[in-house]
Design a protein around this ligand. Structure first.
Ligand code: NZQ
Ligand code: ZN
Length: 387
């Protein structure tokens, strides 16, 4: 087992109706609030109106229109400017992962005098960030319980995971009823994203029995509850468990003490979204079985066997290579079953820029240090197999 240090300072306030505590929690931090949100879903579900009603007496500045795969320009830059102009004391993020990720970058940029890209691109380490409170409306990324934010810069096709312990939300409000309206495509993408977070932590060296069990339970719960959410979007129990698992799946708690895996599928997917603005969870689902097939070898076989037997219930008496192949096929079949398009061409990605993307990934994502090291050639092969 490897040495580790773990601290997640975010307070989770979970359950139906917990939003009533918003004024009390926010009031502890400040009265001047930047309210960030996306393209309007929070208005359709009545959450925007509810927040304004609860926050009478607070001074609210709004940053609407944050897009999926949130943009540095204009959203991060606008948010930073608003924080400085209005002396913002706390950011309230209401929406999915994109809104919260953007809010995290704004929180750091607001306390920095230079170009916020210096921070996101790791040229300069932030020394301070504004506090963030969030109300999550989509179960997927786990950003409500981690200190990362993923920001896109379209002119350079960059999509960077900006990670800094300063960016943990102070408090996350998790009311599963706000996820009832998440459409089937985004629900499925959320299932795939959180499953992939578990897989990125499962396929590594030095895994403990505890961590393996954690990841396997997360995967099984996401498959069972995810399908129940798709069948009945207002199934509270299923939405609640899905939200709970998604929250835990991305802050590394499932792999404390394991060797780092390098999160290779995320490294590859971020380029797909950076170049083609596709939905993160869909890109991951497409890459996952191809990556698995690519790294399957005598060395990795025991992990695949464990995965196949414990997650999919494959007969352990079968030859090991057959168990592994069945596990990869079952992973692919599950994503298909929940309605995810399983080829890059189905999400608008042709072969034209595969070489360019593979080069971008090889240069920027450090996948030569992944659980199974990936060269530019390996990445090209995985992308071509995903076409
Ligand atoms: O913009 P609005 O109108 O709010 O609509 C959104 C958006 O169109 C909609 N939506 C959200 N809640 C809804 C809803 N529609 C109806 N009812 C609701 N309750 O869903 C669409 C997608 O929203 P988005 O926030 O983009 O989805 P998600 O939460 O999956 O976030 C994806 C982003 O997070 C990044 C991804 O790369 C991507 O940019 N990630 C962040 C991570 C982190 N910070 O730790 C880790 C992940 O691996 C991931 O990379
Ligand atoms: Zn992800």
């Amino acid at each position: 087992m490897q040495n580790f240090e773990y601290c997640t300072p975010t307070r989770l306030i979970f359950g139906q109706g917990v939003i009533a505590r918003l004024p009390e929690e926010l009031g502890r931090i400040g009265k001047k609030v930047l309210l960030t949100y996306g393209g309007g879903s929070i208005k359709k579900i009545g959450l925007y109106q509810k927040v304004l009603e609860l926050l009478q007496g607070f001074e609210i500045t709004e940053l609407p229109g944050i897009q999926p795969n949130p943009r540095y320009d204009p959203s991060v830059l606008d948010g930073v400017r608003l924080c400085k102009e209005h002396g913002i004391e706390v950011i309230l993020s209401v929406g999915g992962g994109s809104v919260l990720d953007c809010s995290k970058a704004i929180a750091a940029g607001a306390c920095y005098e230079g170009d916020p890209w210096d921070l996101i691109s790791y040229k300069v380490k932030a020394s301070k960030a504004l506090p963030i409170v969030d109300i999550l409306t989509l179960a997927a990324t786990g950003c409500e319980y981690d200190c990362g934010g993923v920001i896109s810069r379209t002119e350079t096709n960059d999509k960077i995971g900006y990670i800094d312990p300063l960016l943990f939300p102070v408090c996350s409000f998790l009311d599963p009823t706000y996820t009832f309206t998440v459409p089937p495509t985004q629900t499925a993408a959320g299932i795939a994203d959180a499953m992939n977070h578990s897989l990125e932590q499962y396929f590594c060296e030095d895994a403990t029995l505890m961590n393996d069990g954690f990841c396997e339970a997360g995967l099984k719960s996401l498959m069972v509850n995810g399908k129940a959410c798709l069948k009945n979007p207002e199934d509270y129990t299923a939405r609640a468990e899905m939200m709970f698992v998604c929250t835990l799946a991305c802050n590394n708690i499932m792999s404390l003490g394991n060797s780092a895996s390098g999160w290779p599928m995320h490294g590859i997917e971020h380029a797909l979204s950076g170049y083609y603005d596709i939905t993160h969870g869909e890109g991951l689902a497409i890459i996952t079985p191809r990556w698995m097939q690519h790294i399957l070898s005598e060395r990795t076989l025991p992990r695949f066997v464990k995965y196949g037997v414990n997650v999919f219930g494959i007969n352990p008496a079968l030859p090991e290579m057959e168990i592994a192949q069945r596990a990869i096929a079952a992973t692919h079949a599950f994503f298909e079953e929940i309605g995810i398009p399983m080829h890059l061409r189905e999400v608008g990605i042709g072969p034209e820029r595969i070489g360019e993307m593979a080069h971008h990934i090889a240069v920027n994502e450090g996948l030569e240090h992944a659980y199974v090291p990936l060269t530019e050639k390996d990445i090209t092969q995985i992308l071509l197999a995903s076409m």
